[in-house]
Design a binder for this molecule. Sequence first.
Ligand SMILES: CC(=O)N[C@H]1[C@@H](OP(=O)(O)OP(=O)(O)OC[C@H]2O[C@@H](n3ccc(=O)[nH]c3=O)[C@H](O)[C@@H]2O)O[C@H](CO)[C@H](O)[C@@H]1O
Ligand SMILES: [Mn+2]
Length: 330
Amino acid sequence: MRFSSNVKPYVLLLIVGTILLLGYVNHFDITSSLFLCLVLNQDTTQSGRTLFCSSRRTDVVSVTPWLAPIVWEGTFDPVLVDNIYKPMNLTIATTVFAIGKYVRFLQDFLDTAEKHFMVGFNMRYYVFTDRPHDVPSVNLTRGRHLSVIQVPGSNRWQEISARRMEIIQTTIERQIRREADYIFCLDVDSKFHARWGPESLGRLVAVIHPGYYEQTRDRFPYERRPASTAYIPMDEGDYYYGGAMIGGFVEDVYTLTKVCQTRFEEDAGNSIEAAWQEESHLNRYLLYNKPSKVLSPEYLWQDFKAKTKEVKVIRFSGVIKNYADVRPNV
Ligand SMILES: CC(=O)N[C@H]1[C@@H](OP(=O)(O)OP(=O)(O)OC[C@H]2O[C@@H](n3ccc(=O)[nH]c3=O)[C@H](O)[C@@H]2O)O[C@H](CO)[C@H](O)[C@@H]1O
Ligand SMILES: [Mn+2]
């Protein structure tokens, strides 16, 4: 259809007016910002905050070769993301293991999670421990719950770390699949320092290990023995993912834990333990089942590691610990 030049501005004005009116009535922020992005094709400032139409980051890669986002500060608008996800009334499950002396990390983990982790969302923490009486009482905000699930201890940290896959799997079967939409499985020896919000939600979510994001793949500590079911050849691999965070839809994480657990047991039957236990199996799984979203090392830093210039904000970080003091074996 062709408009005469007199009519064109009026039609455009009518479209603009309708969209803005709809936007004002229903989620003003989202509609109008999307509109401004589309029409003006540039970043705009509205009520004193910056809206990003596209990533402003040119110093980091913010998309994988299979077009999954890699989430860095500056690649998303937190207000816009919150406005999209909060009305969905989602429930997020978080599993955390505190076996033996690792119960000492729970207080800080939970206190800081209440300040920074999925704030404003329904949250269900599942704390797995062999010392239920040592679980600290933490003030949880509205809509957030914590349950303690007793599990056996072990005298090998490798077994504790790896057994998480099995326990997460059975707990999803027993209750989590009825109680939550998304799940995060996190290391307890960690603290939150800044916002970790719904920008991290996706079907299957992994995090790039902070120790290896600047390395080439031949340096990744994948399992390199072909006899292991976690084997990755030297010329394969996308990223080295950290075992301290797995996330996504409950059913997708369920399948991941089930597959990794089966392979772990198969290896054990052949007297093989992968180089980094369940982390090696996780990496192998994610090579052939690509994550739909990848979190940058902002979402898994290590306190002993100096901040690098790409990392504008550390959101979650492993604390410095004396391995000989906290682990049951060395
Ligand atoms: C940053 C990161 O990616 N960390 C991973 C790394 O070492 P880490 O040094 O971070 O492993 P870790 O000692 O923190 O163990 C992993 C987790 O297992 C639990 N735990 C462990 C020992 C114990 O006595 N009690 C206990 O509860 C606890 O939740 C802990 O956070 O490699 C491990 C391989 O096995 C895991 O993949 C970790 O997730
Ligand atoms: Mn850890």
